[in-house]
Design a protein around this ligand. Structure first.
Ligand code: FAD
Length: 303
């Protein structure tokens, strides 16, 4: 009950436009750095460097919420291109991720296509992966279409698919690409979203297994220990080389397990949120897990 109330409060705060604007001016509080790489490229790349030191790679997520104009979309794409350049300049082990809505998908899918193509081209020249995040149900078809157009020219671009969405199993077969499998951060209509959670977990495993057996590179993005262990066992049984997949976790979640997986010989990629739009991302992390509130407040008090 308490968890539902705190969740609703932080969801409300996440969407509050006034607080979003204020947060951009005030800057990232110290506790926020547990879950967010940084507001500026320098800060974020320092975070990535720390992960790289113990063998963890990163996917820098170029955050962008509630964009309104084509220029906003271009600005987010430019920031992402700047990060790609600096990752290479500093010799870091990192890739990038982003939402297509942050580069104009809601304004016009052609804008998102143009901006993603620019990002993909720069990343391609630097031999770097780009992952397109998956979003709410009404955007999925549009995201998949833009992805297909860009992927045709740039195989370094991959896409996230959500285990809690019925259509994902068909998208997996349709796309034949590098896929990040996630459980799914959105819910809603029973015709679109799978219930209950146990079935989502089973579907998650199924999607990962199908993609691994199809020979596509698989990004296993979860903190779920049972799933992680079952995938390790499956890969060993089917003699799938660990170079065909990687584990991904969010910055600040299960750091000890991240390091342990590295020591076990697996590639581990940490999702590092980047940019001035850190506020909404941080509020959503606090909404989904009350333990994160204690970590964040604790870090602020230790300042
Ligand atoms: P859950 O069922 O939430 O958690 C499973 C178990 O993990 C828990 O029961 C607990 O035992 C353990 N656990 C979780 N957190 C911790 C912790 N901090 N410490 C210890 N144990 C813990 N969603 C989208 O919709 N689109 C995307 O593009 C997208 N990209 C993502 C990228 C990455 C790298 C990750 C990790 C997630 C992404 N998500 C995305 C979010 C995802 O859909 C889930 O909402 C989120 O990952 C929580 O699901 P879970 O797999 O960790 O499983």
């Amino acid at each position: 009950m308490l968890q539902q109330i705190t969740g609703a409060v932080f969801e409300y705060l996440a969407e509050n436009r006034l607080l979003i604007q204020l947060a951009k001016k005030v800057g990232l509080p110290l506790g926020g750095t547990l879950f967010v790489g940084g507001q500026g490229a320098e800060e974020t790349l320092d975070t990535v460097k720390q992960f790289n030191q113990d063998g963890r790679a990163a996917t820098v997520d170029c955050l962008g919420e509630f964009i309104e104009t084509e220029q906003d979309a271009v600005d987010i794409a430019n920031e992402c291109i700047k990060v790609i350049g600096q990752i290479k300049e500093h010799g870091l082990d990192a890739q990038v991720s982003l939402k297509l809505t942050s580069i104009g998908l809601r304004i016009d899918p052609d804008i998102a296509y143009q901006q993603l193509s620019r990002i993909a081209e720069i990343a391609y020249q630097r031999n770097m992966r780009v992952t397109v995040n998956m979003e709410e149900a009404m955007m999925v078809e549009s995201i998949v279409r833009v992805f297909e157009r860009v992927h045709e020219h740039y195989p370094n671009v991959g896409i996230a698919l959500q285990a809690n969405v019925f259509r994902s199993r068909f998208d997996l077969e349709r796309l034949k690409a590098t896929v990040r499998i996630v459980k799914g951060a959105y819910d809603g209509d029973d015709e679109i979203y799978i219930q209950p959670k146990k079935t989502v977990d089973e579907t998650y495993l199924q999607l990962v297994k199908v993609n691994l057996l199809n020979g596509n590179y698989t990004q296993i993005a979860t903190h779920d220990e049972q799933i992680i262990q079952q995938i390790i066992d499956f890969a060993q049984m089917k003699q799938i080389d660990p170079s065909r997949f990687e584990f991904q976790m969010l910055q600040g979640m299960r750091p000890k397990r991240q390091q342990e997986l590295v020591r076990q010989g697996y590639r581990v990629v940490i999702y590092v949120p980047h940019g001035v739009d850190w506020y909404t991302y941080l509020m959503r992390r606090l909404a989904e897990r009350p333990a994160n509130i204690a970590f964040t407040v604790g870090a602020m008090l230790r300042r």
